[in-house]
Design a protein around this ligand. Sequence first.
Ligand SMILES: [Cu+2]
Length: 450
Amino acid sequence: MAIAAALILLALGSVLFHFLSPWYFTPIASNWHAIDTTITITFWVTGIVFVAVSIFMAWALVRYRHRAGSRATYQPENKKLEWWLLVVTGGGVAAMLAPGLLVWADIVRVPPEAHVVEALAQQWHWTYRLPGQDGKLGTVHSRFVSDSNPFGMNPADQNGRDDVLLASPELRLPLGKPVKLLLRSKDVLHNFSIAQLRVKMDLVPGIVTYTWFTPTRAGAFDLLCEELCGVGHFAMRGRLVVEEPAAHDAWLQRQPTFAQSQARPAGNAVAGQALYATCAACHGANGEGNVALNAPKLSGHGAWYLERQLHLFKGGARGTHDKDVFGKMMAPMAATLANDQAMADVVAYVASLPDTPAAQTIQGDVDSGRRRYATCAACHGAQGAGIAATNAPRLQGMSDWYMARQLKNFRDGIRGAHAQDAYGSQMALVAGMLSDDASIGDILAYINSR
Ligand SMILES: [Cu+2]
């Protein structure tokens, strides 16, 4: 009797939970209402069966409970009942599967007016490519991929010259226009998924997969890589901003094309030497860093990393947090560099400076650090040499006292919290695992031992 009551309560509780709980689909922001409908149908079918089976079991427990003198009979065949169950089960399964087939047919049939956008995934971030004025994407090949051509653009293909390459995890799309999304991976399986759009599709190295949708609500939506194996997919956050078509066109006009980005003049170390005079006061004549002035070693960092930090400081995405005492000292210094060319020049000069390893100031448990560093290696490299393709800078041989401070800043939301600091926020996500300061010391001691 108690079990029968428990079964009924369980069924009732589940149904109430389903209807009353605040955890359900996010409000939809695309044309894919049909996906929600199929899920609702499945919930109805499985819900009715679940309640019916629970009630039947409770009823059978009460009706056929033990009574003195009563005997069970064995009835192996019941044609009528079997037909009945066959038809009801068949109907239920068809009701769950058939709508899905219809929706899938819509998903694979892209409307001809859809404009094309490519999302390119790699360990561990997203970038995007838009076709430019001609509406055609240029061809790409993995053999063209390099640090200066991360999209693998075919330099001989005229269609690619006006392609807009977005080296940022943020994609912008116009409201109300259907988009065909081409999905390309440079290395392993990834998964493009935006809950509010009800869009989710795997990226498979070696082939280009696709999906399509029409954004129906303006706003910013999180893009997640839901390929959950491996160490870094969780840190592959992106963002989709859906905006009015006019605002979108204006934004698109400002993005450089592939041809323009290739034509950008390289930094000039001679011009950079004069600019570096200001920097030397804190960072040292050879960019070796100065712990007394809290200015870290710069020599030995990749130009891509230094330029990005100077842009972040100048644009206010780094060094503006209230508690970022030392970042706030650096930010006005970046503002003295008048433009992109000045930044490229000073960085070119830093690249010409001798690279002597920084003095080691941090002690810790190297073995514990080795274990913890396994996660870091996925982006910063096994020896901490930094990897341009993952946007993760060099750690080995750099100022350890400075890195200790940065790791705390990342963890405590002082660095990497700004909306425009896409790569800093990725590092901040990882730094969340460094709950105690001792683990930071251990990791840095391990990096020092490399
Ligand atoms: Cu991924």
